[in-house]
Design a protein around this ligand. Structure first.
Ligand SMILES: [Zn+2]
Length: 85
């Protein structure tokens, strides 16, 4: 058998979030991130980083995620990374 590491992936779905009453949500058991499809590219990036931090560091507090995500998103944005579609 091939000696490949099994990587856990998170699925990202863009949709109009209404019931969720949030711009982004991470469902740990489903390994699923939902992000509101109506966000501007920059806001989308910020929410994406926020939800990915929940995924990568499940024990991080909401406060820590809220402090870290905008800084990471701003740095990525400053490096001129943009959505293509
Ligand atoms: Zn959060």
């Amino acid at each position: 058998m091939a000696n490949r590491k099994k990587t856990v992936k998170v699925r990202i779905v863009k949709s109009k979030l209404r019931r969720e009453r949030a711009l982004g949500v991470y469902y740990p058991k489903l390994k699923l991130i939902k992000i509101d499809s109506r966000l501007t590219p920059k806001h989308y990036l910020s929410i994406l980083v926020h939800e990915l931090l929940h995924y990568v560091y499940p024990h991080l507090t909401e406060t820590a995620v809220k402090q870290g995500a905008p800084k990471i998103a701003q740095q990525i944005w400053n490096e001129q990374y943009r959505r293509l579609g």
